[in-house]
Write a protein of this length. Sequence first.
Length: 440
Amino acid sequence: MLITTIAMAVVSACAGAFLFLIGQLELGFSVACGIGVFVLLYALQFHVFVQKTHKQTEVTAKDHSREITHALEQSAALKRQIDVMEKELSAAQKKIQAIVNYQLDEEADKRAVLEARLNQLEELVAQSFAHTTHTSYLPPIETPAPILDMMASEITKISPPKPSASPQKTITKKSSPNFELNTQILAALVADEVELCLAPVVTLPHRRAKFHSASLNVIMPDGLRISTAEFASLGLPDDTFTRADVKLFEKLAVIVPEFRRRTPETAFFVDIQRETLRNGRSFSDLLSIFEANPKIVDQLIVGIANSTLSTLDPLENATLGALRKQNLRFCVNSIKTLRLDMDNWSAMGMRFAAIPACLLHDENQAISSDIVMADVPLLLRRYGVELIVTDIDAESTIVEVLEFDIRYGQGHLFGAPRPVYIAQNATPTQEHVAVGTKAA
C-alpha cells in the first residue's frame, strides 16, 4: 500500500512538471503531447517495476516465514524426541536400580539365613561339647546318655534304663517312647508309602469347589493312616515334620499340572510347618521343587500358623521372605482368637485367613476382642485378605456363616479329605481321566 502511494505521488509530480514545462517553454501541442506520453509511459513502467519488486519481496518474506515455521516444527519434534529419550533413560535407570536393590536384598536375605544357620551350628556344637564333657566321667552302663533333640524337661521324665551288657543300648535314641513309631514313619516317607488327600474349599452360598486343601497321610506297615496333622500330638522330632512337608510338595508338583489341564483356576492350600522354615536342607529341597516346576507356583497357597507369624525369629523371617520372592500366595491359619494382627498379615503378604467356625458366635471372643465377627470379613478385605471359615460340619453352621459376608467355606459338610492319584492308562470315558480319587 505504501509503495502504490509513492508511485502515484511520482506520477502526479511528473504530470505537474509536464504542465509547468509547457507553460514555460510555450511548446507546440503535439510536442507537449509527446512529452506527456513519454512521461506517462515512464511513470507506468516505474509503477510496474515497483509492483514487481513488491511482489518479489512478499514471496521472499513468505518463503522465509515457511522456513522459519519448518525450523520451529523441527525444533519441537527434536524436543519431543529428547523428552522421550529422557523418559526412557529414566525408566531404564529405575529398572536397573530395582534390579540392583532386588539383588542386594536377596544377598542380604541369604547372608541372614547363613548367619542364623551358623549360629545354630555353633550352639549345637557347644551343646554337644558340653554333653560330651558331662557324660565322659559317668559309667556308660548304669547311667543313660541324654537325648540331644529333646528338651531338658522331657529328659527328666525318662527313667534310667536297667543296666545291660551292651553299652550301645544306653546311648541309643530308643529310650524315646515314640522312637519305633518315628522310625516307621520315616521309612514310609522314604519308601513313598504316602497318599495325598484333597478337601474342597467352596464358594458360599453356591457351594462350588473353588480351591482344594492338601494334606498328607503316611501309610504304616499295618495299613493305618497317620495324617501329618497328628504329628504334633505324637511328639515326633522336627526332622519328621520337615521330611513330610517336602514329600507333600513333591506330590503336589505331580498332581497340580494334571488339575491345571482341566481347571486352570484351581489353587491348592498347603500348610508348611515352622520346623521347615528353620531347616536349611528341607527349605533348599522346596526351592529346588519350585525351580523344577515353575508353573505350579501360581496355584499354590502356603498356609502358616498364626502363632508362627507372630513370633518369627530372624532365620524364619528370612526364609519366609525367600518364599515370597517365589511369587507364592499365603494364608494364615490356626487362628484361635479374634484379636487379629491385620497390619502384620498384610505386611507379610497374607492373602487369605482361615478362621474356624467355632469363633463365629463365641461370646468370650466377642467380649475380649475389640471387633465383632460381623465386621471381620470387611476389615480383612480392606487389608487385601479374604476370609475362609473352616470346620463347617453341619447345616446349622452354614446358616450362621451366611449371616456374615463370607465367601468361602471348608469342612466335612462339603467333603472330607479324600486321597488322589494319577490314573494309569485312563480313557476319556472314565470318570477321572488324569486325576481321580481312590475307592474307599
